[in-house]
Design a protein around this ligand. Structure first.
Ligand code: SF4
Ligand code: SF4
Length: 166
């Protein structure tokens, strides 16, 4: 969805957003029941117990080998050579739109930019904003059906678009 500002070849050399420090575990995407049912190793996932979420989280907590807070645990769907092994259809929307996030802010909603993607940080902000505008309706519609993808706004995340309701 972000092909205009993010080249697959650049992401293939990076993979930053597919591995997680302990402090970033809140960023780990949730997968749907349908995708969960296709997984051979169900022990890698746990059901989210929330009324707004018929979905599963990936358990990465047991994958850290050291106490180093900088250590990263790769997503279970990451192949070091091929990248994400999920089909486009199964890939969580969170991953398709990252580093853009939908967040709750001041009683409304925003599409905001995670400041940690090195590639998108080199793109003029106006271009990123235009891409955010172009995907806003899709993200809003998805978030209405899957409210669990809405994160709490984090200070310092540049706001790209704002809206009062989904
Ligand atoms: S951090 Fe940015 S450049 Fe790196 S893989 Fe993720 S989206 Fe691509
Ligand atoms: S599901 Fe795929 S794109 Fe998303 S974090 Fe895991 S490996 Fe990366």
């Amino acid at each position: 969805m972000l092909g205009e500002i993010l080249k697959k070849s650049v992401c293939a050399q990076c993979r930053f957003c597919c591995a997680f420090r302990r402090v970033s575990l809140w960023e780990v995407p949730y997968i749907s029941e349908e995708v969960y049912q296709k997984q051979p190793d169900k022990d890698r996932f746990e059901k989210i117990r929330a009324s707004d979420c018929d979905c599963y989280r990936i358990i990465l907590e047991n994958d850290y080998k050291t106490e180093d807070p900088e250590e990263e645990a790769p997503c279970v769907f990451l192949d070091p050579r091929k990248g994400c092994t999920l089909s486009d259809e199964d890939k969580p929307l969170d991953c398709k739109i990252w580093p853009i996030r939908i967040m709750k802010k001041d009683g409304g909603y925003v599409l905001a930019l995670s400041p940690t993607c090195p590639a998108v940080n080199k793109v003029p902000r106006e271009r990123v904003r235009k891409v955010a505008e172009s995907i806003e309706n899709t993200v809003r519609a998805y978030a209405k059906e899957h409210p669990y993808i809405i994160k709490k706004y984090i200070d310092g995340y540049p706001v790209l678009t704002e809206f009062d309701r989904l």
